[in-house]
Design a protein around this ligand. Structure first.
Ligand SMILES: [Zn+2]
Length: 354
């Protein structure tokens, strides 16, 4: 064999091995090509808490391709996305997939098992406000650190699957985060279209600093990876429509990324929401909503009232601009500073003139 043909053979071997699917390992979970493996990431105890586990699955396709991480249960009472991933684990055929799926089934196990909204029972923190986390922090910070290091670091694309929390009556929508590099933002826009939900909130206010990324999806974006946050379902319900919408969204994204041959088409005519605002209560008491999710409101429309515990109205909360109610709190407890509703300015409600 002359030198030239030996070099050619070597190049061929290197090229072939570079394009062959390899086993894919996340923490203690390793899946051979064309197989699915499941296990737990462990967050060890530290002073003051017992630690926790993060159940994950790796669905490793037969051919190399994108690595799509799907996270559910960042908020423990957001059940629709958790159940959608349980279904995906059963229905996905690793042999038919190009690339790799990483499923985080319940990101926030302490909150899930204690059935808490917003905040972890372990440290009172909102897991989706402490990213990228800390190796020696509180339990929520250590969960965030594990997800950042073991999951986001291994992924090429990330979708953080949420719904309205246990107290939030929500109409479905995605957040398209425009911060980050232009190609990453464009990648995120395409993920939002591929996921298929027709309301897309344009979010221009996420931090740019990877060390202070705050949110899970923004942790991916500040590391150069397109990501998306989705919302489908709410009020601690497990309705079929909301779960199926998430399954459809994942299938659409997998088709868009070339991970599967077929799947639903991207949304053709999305409503892009340029302006949105979370309305907050100025008082602690009992909340009475005056609108429902999906309602169209005019500027000044009454969204809800807060009374004190003796029945006196202490606050009326009104829409700051014409738009659509994306979510409204559907249970009575309210504390000063907490959200009561989220309003988006949609073209249908007058946003087209802006
Ligand atoms: Zn959430």
């Amino acid at each position: 064999m002359n030198t030239l043909s030996f070099s050619a053979l070597l190049l061929l071997l290197l090229t072939t091995s570079a394009h062959a699917q390899q086993p894919f390992t996340v923490g203690p979970v390793s899946a051979a090509p064309g197989t699915t493996a499941s296990g737990d990431l462990t967050v060890p105890p530290r002073a003051g808490d017992q630690g926790t586990t993060i159940p994950i699955s790796v669905i490793n396709g037969a051919r190399p391709g994108p690595v799509l991480a799907l996270t559910a249960g960042v908020h423990g009472q957001e059940y629709t996305s958790i159940l959608a991933l349980q279904r995906l684990l059963k229905t996905a055929d690793a042999k038919a997939i190009t690339g790799t799926l990483i499923l985080v089934h319940v990101a926030n196990m302490p909150s899930f098992l204690a059935r808490t909204i917003y905040y972890s029972p372990a440290d009172g923190k909102n897991l989706n406000r402490v990213f990228p986390g800390k190796a020696d922090g509180t339990l929520s910070e250590r969960i965030a650190h594990a997800i950042t290091q073991e999951v986001i670091a291994r992924a090429t694309h990330v979708i953080d699957l949420h719904c309205g929390d246990g107290n939030e009556s929500l109409r479905p929508y995605s957040y398209w985060i425009t911060t980050g590099k232009p190609d990453v933002a464009e990648g995120g826009r395409k993920l939002a279209l591929a996921f298929g939900m027709d309301h897309i909130i344009i979010d221009r206010e996420r931090p740019l600093d990877a060390a202070e990324s705050v949110y899970l999806s923004n942790t991916a974006i500040t590391r150069g990876k397109p990501a998306l946050t989705t919302e489908s379902g709410g009020m601690a319900l497990t309705d079929e429509e909301s779960i199926a919408r998430i399954e459809r969204g994942i299938a659409g994204v997998m088709k868009h990324l070339g991970m599967r041959a077929d799947g639903p088409a991207p949304v053709a005519q999305p409503i892009m929401i340029e302006r949105s605002e979370v309305l907050r209560s100025g008082a602690t008491g009992i909340f009475y909503p005056a609108v429902e999710r999906g309602h169209t409101v005019a500027q000044g429309t009454l969204v809800g009232r807060v009374t004190d515990f003796h029945g006196r109205v202490v606050e009326e909360i009104r829409a700051p601009f014409a738009g659509e109610i994306l979510y409204v709190i559907g249970t009575p407890p309210i504390s000063k500073g907490e959200p009561v509703a989220y309003v988006g300015m949609t073209a249908a409600a007058g946003g087209a003139s802006r």
